[in-house]
Design a protein around this ligand. Structure first.
Ligand SMILES: [Mg+2]
Length: 409
């Protein structure tokens, strides 16, 4: 039997992040259903648990949601604000450990090894401290999972959502696996689950008891990595200093077959916002973005966008993606999936000297979302304030909340 903590990794996952961000500035809405809309206000990109309970799903067209739940509050997405709260959340995580991986806008991993000595507390207490500190200082709830591998930590954070802490030491892995389902394992989508099911692998326990060679044959390296990780052998590790990837993709099935242009655009917008945010958080720029939409018959149409200069500006990318999608879309086709892929990736820190020239040319874009992180890192928080004054120029005249100044700690 394995020891309790041969390795310790925490996964921190904000609960319905976009919607929770909105509640921090609209506290009067706490306890009521709230839905966040894509930037064309076409579909739901996030919702509170109250809205979820009423049957609202991410990706649902707004008209459908409103029919289902007319009394909910519908708020247009404000990715700049979510980006600010995300940075604030990660600055808190860095207080607990220098070794963190920014996994997405609202999820991160922490290498917990050694922290018990440092904080003179057990992992459960440290996890509670993290949850409590984020709640006190950012105003959102997060769920924390702590275990011996990143796969188990991620499953653990999912186990007790929202606002929960789940700790799975080595000795408890079998008990834990008996209480979750295979669909909860990150990396096992519908198709893989169906394939496993043909071989009578229907539960996490079946999975870890299956022959490694079979898993490898069915799912390749992803499968064998998961098999080791779910048995408590850490093989995936954390990506502490992001290496320069060849590409970053954000793609998914739309969960339905649709010919509705707005629904596809809404999904692409969500992918684009997540892509841009990931690049901002990791300090990456892209000079080429490929947009693809997959038809009902699985044929894929794609188009490449080459930018004049490397960027991670959400509005700039999103605008180009929208244009490209309009060109790819055909009214007589039905579509099932879509996505965006960034290529020709470089580091923002290495292109700083050009930044202000770029911004001058780019001022019609009127947004600093994409460059905010780089500027702050390089020039300090005051720059964000100065730049922030330009943000509202050119943006729709919807009344906007004044962003609180958030300083990186
Ligand atoms: Mg989350």
């Amino acid at each position: 039997m394995m020891s309790d903590w041969p390795n310790a990794i925490a996964h921190i996952d904000a609960d319905c992040f976009y919607a929770s961000c909105e509640l921090t500035r609209r506290p009067e809405l706490i306890g009521t259903p709230v839905c966040v809309l894509s930037s064309q206000d076409a579909c739901i990109v996030a919702k509170t648990y109250d809205a979820k309970a009423a049957g609202i799903k991410t990706g649902m067209p707004v008209w459908e949601a409103k029919k289902l739940l007319p009394r909910a509050t519908y708020i247009p997405a404000d990715f700049r604000y979510y980006g600010l709260l995300s940075e604030k959340m990660f600055s808190i995580l860095r207080r607990f450990s220098p070794d963190i991986e920014v996994y997405s806008i609202d999820e991160g991993f922490i290498d917990m090894n050694g922290l018990r000595l440092l904080w003179r507390k057990g992992y459960r207490e440290i996890a509670h401290d993290i949850r409590q500190t984020v709640h006190n200082e950012v105003g959102i709830t997060v769920s924390v999972g702590v275990s011996v591998t990143r796969t188990l930590a991620k499953m653990a954070s999912e186990y007790n959502k929202p606002n929960g802490v789940t700790v799975v030491p080595g000795r408890m892995i079998d008990l834990f696996l008996a209480r979750v389902s295979l669909g909860d394992v990150c990396g096992l989508g519908k198709n893989r689950l169906a394939l496993l099911s043909k071989f009578r692998i229907n539960t996490p326990t079946d999975f870890v008891n299956a022959d490694l060679h079979l898993i490898q044959r069915l799912l390749g390296k992803t499968g064998s990595d998961l098999w080791h990780e779910m048995r408590g052998n850490s093989v995936m590790g954390l990506e502490l200093t992001p290496s320069l990837p060849k590409s970053i993709a954000r793609t998914a099935s739309m969960g339905e077959v649709t010919c509705d242009r707005h629904t596809i655009l809404a999904h692409l917008t969500r992918h684009t916002s997540r892509l841009a945010t990931e690049m901002v958080l990791k300090g990456f720029l892209t000079q080429r973005v490929t947009v693809f939409i997959r038809q009902k018959d699985f044929r894929t149409v794609a188009g490449k966008i080459d930018f004049e200069y490397p960027t991670n500006n959400y509005f700039r990318i999103s605008h180009a993606v929208k244009d490209m999608m309009q060109g790819l879309y055909q009214t007589d086709q039905e579509y099932r999936a879509c996505g965006v892929v960034a290529e020709r990736i470089s580091r923002a820190s290495e292109s700083i000297p050009d930044l202000f020239g770029v911004m001058a040319r780019d001022d019609k874009q009127a947004s600093l979302f994409g460059t905010m992180a780089a500027i702050n890192r390089r020039y300090g928080d005051g720059t964000l304030r100065v730049a922030g004054a330009h943000i509202t120029r050119g943006i729709k005249s919807r009344p906007r909340f004044m962003y609180p100044m958030i300083s990186a700690l």
